[in-house]
Ligand binder design. Sequence first.
Ligand SMILES: C[S@@+](CC[C@H](N)C(=O)[O-])C[C@H]1O[C@@H](n2cnc3c(N)ncnc32)[C@H](O)[C@@H]1O
Length: 328
Amino acid sequence: MTAPDLPAELKAALDAKLQGVSRNAAERAALISQTYRDGGVSSAIRSEADALAYALARMPATYAAVAASLNALCEIRPDFAPSSLLDIGAGPGTATWAAAEAFPSLRDFALLDANDALRSLALELARDSARLGAISYERGEARTALAKAEAADLVAASYMIGELSDADQQAAAALMWEKTRDTLLIVEPGTPAGYARIIALRQQLISAGAHVAAPCPHDGRCPLATPDWCHFTQRLRRSRAHKQVKGAELPFEDEKFCYVALTRAPVAPRPARVLAPPVVTKAEVTTKLCTPDGLAFMTTPRRNKAAYNGARKRRWGDAAGISDITDI
Ligand SMILES: C[S@@+](CC[C@H](N)C(=O)[O-])C[C@H]1O[C@@H](n2cnc3c(N)ncnc32)[C@H](O)[C@@H]1O
């Protein structure tokens, strides 16, 4: 399991960058954090201070979301051992750091992004890392850079698709899939709009031959209907600097995210997915599940003590084994 908090090496590199520029960075981070809360995009990031501010305000949360998505993927495919990664819209290298933690097998890291300031920051943050010191990072617009990129075992696009126009999203998805030797992971904010983008790309790529490894236990239509949408949440600790730049008191935050992991080969068996925090009463636990046969609400009565205790421990986003859901 990859922890949701930034790895010590990355935290240390960020802290070192903060020395001496903290006041400026804190002001910029507050602005960038606000821009994101208002639905803004990363094109506002132009300078070194902007890039650092983005990393302070948003990187811990996007890292936590990617780590949680990779944990779900690893649970379904414990034998997956990619040796190459292509990180699209890599920004400060968030998904690359998370993938390096999740997969000790990774050797080749290729990143690409249009933003010069974020690229420079990513290279600085990775410079002293034993594993990431030699990453290759292409600066360029996604479609052009993707067309030139080498295929990789694992391709990732974290919080990037939403910055493209609808037409560009489709074209980029097709190219990402073309460059995917094994698995493509797309992570987006856990909003209805982020979900809509994931569902559209999921459908497009299933039509192109992809299979869903996670979160869905099937390649069929999503059984959720508006206003419901499939998303998950990951809690992460806020460091002192993180609290400072966000002007926040709470020592943690919850990042809502949507994701899909698509594979070339079908994955079996695919367990059901817990779609909300289970509702626990003294009499029973009710769990909302996405199953291979659609949406289901599993009720586990207290009189079935072992099953009740097991159901109480389930968390939103967990995989639930087929044997666990026979009492639906
Ligand atoms: C919200 S940031 C996410 C960065 C990083 N993946 C993360 O999870 O923290 C979106 C990134 O996508 C990049 N991006 C947006 N549109 C792009 C395009 N057309 N071509 C290349 N990169 C793009 C931006 O420069 C930015 O680095």
